[in-house]
Write a protein that binds this ligand. Structure first.
Ligand code: SF4
Ligand code: SF4
Length: 222
């Protein structure tokens, strides 16, 4: 944890919508011994989006987001109080990628502070930032979003064809099966980090192709 975050009361963990990918949920579920539906809830997208999940018979689309804290209004479900006004992420080692790269953004190839960040640029000593680490984080973020898009598209297509009945619980089961079939899911994730590379080695292409087939096949049917 950065020294800036260590002296903050977790402002970025309040009043926010934390969109997570299936691979985020997979990691948290395995590490925290939680079921998928104990980690996330559906959140209706204000505008229809291809990344949105169909979970009912309407045309609404939903994001998968972290749940809310049971006691503290507006806080993330995983925010932990460890003392007087001292708050920490309770799943720090397994927190979603979007939380790992916060409050930074890639801006014209450079790493910058998000304009909507809860902390000010002046809070950070940018000269000491691990830019390479954040770039790697953003690369992985993009890769996991691409993997999420594959899962959501496969789900929505099968719902549209009438093959699967839409519900949030059924979508989570579908997403979990897809994650379980992902190559090297419990390994280093090296193949995932190379997902977006233009020239993938044949073995990685083959592994990912097999995964796409698995997403289509190893999922619950009505
Ligand atoms: S990212 Fe910013 S708002 Fe969030 S804990 Fe760190 S200093 Fe606080
Ligand atoms: S998962 Fe952790 S870092 Fe992310 S919003 Fe929740 S408490 Fe904050």
């Amino acid at each position: 944890m950065s020294t800036v975050c260590a002296s903050c009361s977790g402002r970025c963990c309040y009043d926010i919508v934390v969109r997570v990918t299936p691979l985020d949920i997979w990691r948290i579920a395995r590490a925290q011994r939680l079921a998928f539906d104990e980690i996330v809830v559906p959140w209706r997208e204000p505008e229809p989006t291809p990344a949105g999940v169909q979970i009912d018979a309407t045309s609404e689309r939903y994001a998968t987001i972290l749940g809310q804290h049971p006691v503290e209004a507006g806080a993330c479900a995983f925010l932990m109080h460890v003392g007087e006004d001292v708050k920490r992420c309770g799943i720090y080692a397994d927190r979603p990628i979007v939380c790992r790269v916060y409050p930074f953004v890639v801006n014209k190839g450079s790493i910058d502070i998000r304009p909507d960040a809860r902390c000010a640029p002046t809070d950070w000593n940018l000269a000491t930032l691990d830019y390479g680490g954040f770039r790697a984080g953003f690369g992985r973020y993009a890769a996991e979003e691409a993997a999420a898009a594959v899962i959501v598209r496969a789900w929505n297509e099968r719902v549209a064809s009438g093959e699967l009945a839409p519900s949030f619980a059924a979508y989570l089961a579908f997403a979990e099966a897809a994650c379980a079939a992902f190559p090297h899911i419990d390994g280093t994730g090296a193949s995932l980090e190379r997902w977006n590379e233009a020239l993938l080695p044949d073995d990685v292409v083959a592994a990912h192709s097999a995964w796409l087939v698995a997403v289509a096949a190893a999922t619950p049917r009505r």
